[in-house]
Structures are given as C-alpha cells and as structure tokens.
Design a protein around this ligand. Structure first.
Ligand code: ACO
Ligand code: OAA
Length: 441
C-alpha cells in the first residue's frame, strides 16, 4: 500500500510534467485582457493563479476536484451512524485528486491523531495574552509559537535541494492540520469555559474530536462540525486566506508562517470574520425590535437602516458568486433536518427571503445573495455555542485543509515567487495623457 505521501508525490510528478509542457509549448497563448478599472477594483475577474484543489463558478458555486457539495455529501465516507462527510475525505480528495475509500479516510484520521500533540510552550504562549484578546489573535499567536516545529525551516537552513522542498512542506502541513483543533479548543475553553480543558479522545475522527475538545458531546454538533469543516475547507485560490497563504509560501516562508498570514486575512470582516458579524447583527436586530422572531417588515426596516448608516449587510454579497452560495444551501438543509423550529435559524431563513430584493434594487451591488457566513452562526448557537467571536477560528481550522493541500502542490510543482507588477497613479495619468508607455502599446 503506498503511503499518502508517496501517492501525492506520484500524482504531483505527473502534473509537474504537464505544467512544464503547458508553459513550454503554450506559454505564449493570450488568456484575456485587463481593463484599467480592474487594477483599481481589487483585480476582480483577472485570472492570475493556478490552484489544484477547487474551482469556483459564479453560478454553480464551488467544486472540489470537480465534485459539488451535494455530490460530496453523497460520495465521501461518513462516521459510523452519521450522514455528513468526514473532512479527512475532502482533504484526501484535494491533495490526491481522487475520492478516498473508507480505509484512506481512516488512515488519514490515524495519521493526524498520531501527530496531534501540541507542546506546552505553545499553550503557555497563548496564556501570555490577555483573555480578552480576540480568539483569532490567540489562534495566530498559537500557530506562530508552533512555527519552531517546522521541518521545512530546519531543512532549508541545513541547505536542502529545491527538488526536496515538497517533503518537509508536506510534513509541516500534516502536523499543523493535526494540531489546530487542539489549539483552537484550548483558546475556546480558556476564554469562555474558565480554563477547564478537555483532553482529546483518540478514538474519534478529526472533527468529532475537535467538537469533543470544545466541550460539545451532542452527536448533532459532531455532525455539524464534520459538515462545517468540509464545506469551509477551500474556495479556489483567489480568496484572501488562500491567496495570502500561497503568496507568503511563495517566498519559501514555511507552512506555519504562510498559514498564520492567511489566518490574519481570514480575520477581516469582509472575509471570514463576517460569520461573527452576521450573528452580532441578528442579535442587535432582535434586541432593537424586541422579538426573537422579527417579521419580514421588521427585518426589511432593519436592513434599510443598516444600509443607510453606510454599513454592509453581513453574510450577503460575494466577489465571485452571483447566486446563493451552495454552502449556505447545505447549511440550510442541515437546519431543516436537525432544528426546523429554531427561531434563530428561522430568522436566518426570513432574512434570506427579505434581503436579496433590497440589495437587488441597489445597482452597484453585484450579488444580492447570501454567502456561507449568513448561515453558519445560527446552527452553532442552536447547540449552545453562543460565543460568536470564536466562529472565525472554526473557519480557520477548516480552511487549513484547502490552503495547506494547495501549499503542498505549490512546492511539489516548483511554483516561483509571486510578484505582480504595480504602477503609480502618476504613471497611469501620464499614460492617459499619452506621455508614458506603461503596457507597451
Ligand atoms: C467567506 C467569505 O469571505 S464570503 C464574504 C463574507 N463577507 C461579507 O458577507 C460582508 C458583506 N459583503 C461584502 O462586503 C461584499 O459583498 C464582499 C466584500 C463580500 C464582496 O465585495 P465586492 O466584490 O467588492 O462586491 P461588489 O462589487 O458587489 O461591491 C460593490 C459595492 O456594493 C457594496 N456591497 C456589496 N455587498 C454588500 C452588502 N452585503 N451590503 C451592502 N453593500 C454591499 C460594496 O460595499 C461596494 O460598495 P462601494 O462601491 O460603495 O464600496
Ligand atoms: O471566495 C471568496 O472570495 C470568499 C469565500 O467565500 C471564501 O473564501 O470561502
């Protein structure tokens, strides 16, 4: 039986030869045009990256190695008695490019379990922060403290050959994924549960054990964590957390440095922090209206007030998607199955019926539909996880799966330092006046 490491390397060698051929024989093919407006507007629509793990279509949503979320829910192995996919499976799929067997998933679970020990000095470093520090700050500090464990950094310092980069990156990625649930659970219990920590249960799967260490034993919550980790794992290469991890990794910063950088991006309210912003916004709405089940007129008035104050409606809109996020739909399905009468979940669904027509009426907003963050918090609150500042840490643990699988691919394919060209406004104006040539026309 080939190990996961050998299997990955065999696949990567094939793709590496293909990439060399593409660049050598087709490298001069033009793939598009760039408008001046695009370099001022967040490079929207410019294809500038190659990412193996997943691909986003504006209307169909995310596909992981070609598989949509409903397909994965059907095809990926489940925990015994469960019906949600195990995140070990989506990681295997993203890394190797093939659907895993039950045995592959079990092996992955065992591998992460063996590597999950977090040294005490990492926990002590987190303890040095005030408890009031945002959980994402504590998370990034924990990851940075763990960086001392990097195989890649050590081997690079010893003078490793370029051909070998992929191996210590692979090892670091596995170690980091294995250890993140413990770090995240430690932060949760420290900040919200009086420091009463829960030891891991080696018999559970990666997400089940994470739920257990957080202090949630309800099987429904374990199932939610499996689904949550799977659907939040990746969203092609250009999103802020994936792109940042890739960019920082391209400087040959080790996986700990690169992932911590990505997590700093995830901590922004226009990206991963939107999940906490959604629940905060709904709680504030309920308080202001004085009801835990506001009606659609009340929701509409609150949305209009939010907009009139120059704020965004959190959980709505997207840089690429132009329809309801399939990750929102997957969570809605989970809600319908496990908690159809929950008032907060029903409020999320009432918001879904109310917000899109309002945003549609504002011309500048390109996507009036909900994204993944519009739903996730309400499901967590149902099981008692009300501490919404922690939600982005859950997202971060999940996102490790995609961005670290991608980092393994980056090094195995020998991708170079990323360094796009920038121009100054002065140069753009001079070009518009015909005084300078910037783009060679
Ligand atoms: C996991 C994820 O990262 S999913 C995204 C999570 N983020 C959120 O939910 C925050 C709310 N949404 C937003 O802020 C945006 O829709 C983003 C950041 C997700 C996408 O941004 P863009 O690609 O720039 O969207 P778009 O081109 O539609 O923006 C055009 C204008 O509409 C506004 N707009 C977009 N979405 C919204 C919204 N939900 N509420 C109010 N205004 C919005 C933008 O702020 C922008 O206004 P401006 O020109 O005055 O600055
Ligand atoms: O794709 C994006 O830009 C944001 C997003 O939904 C994600 O990263 O999950």
């Amino acid at each position: 039986m080939p190990t996961i490491q050998n299997k990955f390397k065999d696949k990567a060698d094939i793709v590496s030869a293909e990439v060399k051929d593409i660049v050598k024989n087709h490298g001069d093919r033009i793939i598009g045009e760039v408008k001046l407006s695009q370099i001022y507007q967040g490079m929207r629509g410019i294809t500038g990256l190659v990412t193996e793990t997943s691909l986003l279509d504006s209307y169909d949503g995310i596909r992981f190695r070609g598989y949509s979320i409903p397909e994965l829910k059907e095809k990926l192995p489940k925990a015994e008695g469960g019906s949600e996919p195990l995140p070990e499976g989506i990681f295997y799929l993203m890394l190797v490019g093939e659907l895993p067997t039950e045995e592959d998933v079990q092996n992955m679970s065992n591998l992460w379990q063996r590597r999950s020990h977090v040294p005490n000095y990492v926990l002590d470093t987190i303890e040095a922060l005030p408890e009031t520090a945002h959980p994402m700050t504590q998370f990034v500090v924990g990851i940075m403290a763990l960086q001392t464990e990097s195989h890649f950094a050590k081997k690079y310092a010893e003078g490793m050959s370029k051909q070998d980069y992929w191996l210590p990156v692979f090892d670091d990625a596995m170690d980091l994924i294995a250890r993140l649930p413990r770090i995240a659970a430690y932060i949760y219990r420290r900040k919200y549960k009086g420091g009463k920590h829960i030891q891991p249960n080696g018999l559970l799967d990666w997400a089940g054990n994470f739920a257990h260490m957080l202090g949630y034993e309800d099987e429904g919550f374990h199932e939610l964590m499996r689904l949550y980790m799977t659907i939040h794992s990746d969203h092609e290469g250009g999103n802020v957390s994936a792109h940042t991890t890739h960019l920082v990794g391209s400087a040959l910063s080790d996986p700990y440095l690169a992932f911590a950088a990505g997590m700093n991006g995830l901590a922004g309210p226009l990206h991963g922090l939107a999940n906490q912003e959604v629940i905060k916004w709904i709680f504030e709405m309920q308080k202001e209206i004085g009801s835990d089940l506001p009606n659609k007129e009340q929701i509409e008035a609150y949305v209009r007030k939010t907009l009139s104050e120059g704020k965004v409606v959190p959980g709505y809109g997207h840089a690429v998607l132009r329809k309801t996020d399939p990750r929102f739909e997957a969570q809605m399905q989970f809600g319908k199955k496990h908690m159809p009468d929950d008032k907060l979940v029903q409020t999320v669904w009432n918001i879904y019926e109310t917000v899109p027509p309002i945003l549609q009426s504002i011309a500048k907003i390109k996507n009036p539909w909900p994204n993944v963050d519009a739903h996730s918090g309400a499901l967590l609150v149902h099981y008692g996880m009300v501490e919404y500042e922690f939600y982005t840490v859950l997202f971060g643990v999940a996102r490790s799966l995609g961005v670290l699988a991608s980092l393994c691919w980056d090094r195995a394919l020998g991708y170079p330092l990323e360094r796009p060209k920038s121009v100054s406004n002065r140069l753009v104006k001079a070009w518009l006046e015909g005084k300078e040539e910037i783009w060679g026309d």
